[in-house]
Design a protein around this ligand. Sequence first.
Ligand code: NAD
Length: 437
Amino acid sequence: MRSSPDPIHGLTPLHALPSYLHADDLGPWGNYLQQVDRVIPHLGHLARWAETLKRPKRILIVDVPIQMDDGSVAHFEGYRVQHNVSRGPGKGGVRFHQDVTLSEVMALSAWMSIKNAAVNVPYGGAKGGIRVDPKKLSLGELERMTRRYTSEIGIIIGPNKDIPAPDVNTNEQIMAWMMDTYSMNTGTTTTGVVTGKPLDLGGSLGRREATGRGVFTVGQEAARRIGLEISGARVAIQGFGNVGGICGKLFAQAGARVVAVQDHGGTVYREAGLDVPALLSHVAENGSVAGFAACESLAADQFWDVECEILIPAALEQQITAANAGRIKARMVIEGANGPTTPAADDLLHERNILVVPDVIANAGGVTVSYFEWVQDFSSFFWDESDINQRLEKIMRDAFASVWTVAQDRQVSLRTATFIVACRRILHTRELRGLYP
Ligand code: NAD
């Protein structure tokens, strides 16, 4: 349903949907809007600016035509959304996935605004994506698609405008192609236009592991506060790529038992704990956890019934829903993925006293080290890995502590508390900058 103009002032009322979205295809963006609604009563005088949070600043939809290896021409749909740039340039990853939609990219860009403000790095929020199954492309096709997409969004990205990074199905090589394409088009080698690059091209030590390390760090902080020992705790992980794989390794190193892992190809289970390094090697060789020896294989849906203390969704959004939240046995859910829990499931978990450490704080380690990478690129002076990890852990622990205090003081969930901290920062800068003209 579209909202109609306010009859008194002739203005569009608050909460109106932008004309390019319909109420019935809100998807993840609808979840985000509900999360914002929950925070508005806590914003005090800044609530006046809250509508800013509900409207992405800029949306670019691009056609990405490429020549396929067989000589045919294929067209892919690409997006780049800059949700908010009040606090600094847009920042957020690029996702290649067959189910990417505008609603999804809008939500992901908004969560980047919240996340960047929550850990107080000087960025706004942005996100990009191409609706494609990259596993069906040859390496040459993947490179041509990445380069054409970069050229198409080149009008709005830049080291001081909007800085992409890896996300689902994108990696260091793709960042190298994006950096090169942008640099060729502008005539200057511009390493700071993307983060998550290879080390030899201005990448940062520790970036590849940063998101998983951050998930582990906030997991430790949260566990301590609810009296849960990591050593011996059972952990179930959905998604075993960059985020799930690294945090799985760190939890196992800390003595946790990673009992279940699910990815797009299968679900593996072992009550005594899976051999995580061996599972990582198996995935590197075979592309999936499926077929791993020395474990049981479960049907995908059984994953939600696994007995565990810590559940880590680290795949895609909208995985924990009202349909499966009642089955979750964990004491704590740490959101490695962006948007894995729907608002209805959030409420169910809250009622069942299961602590949810939300994405907007839990997976902020990646963008934090992306910020370090960007700073290093500007200064052309590179830090060592122990420096990076120490700085990362301090930012994550401090950010988590602030959010925890707000949650306790206001008796709200950690998600709402993180939104309170972040939205206040965003809207305060909005207010300071004012409207133009
Ligand atoms: P990735 O491509 O490295 O791994 C994704 C994993 O999810 C793979 O193991 C894949 O098999 C699995 N998966 C895909 N579809 C699935 C399904 N239907 N069921 C179960 N598993 C499925 O991606 P990533 O970088 O690890 O990102 C994972 C999540 O973390 C995403 O939500 C992403 O936005 C978020 N995230 C990533 C970063 C980062 O730095 N990479 C930072 C913040 C948040």
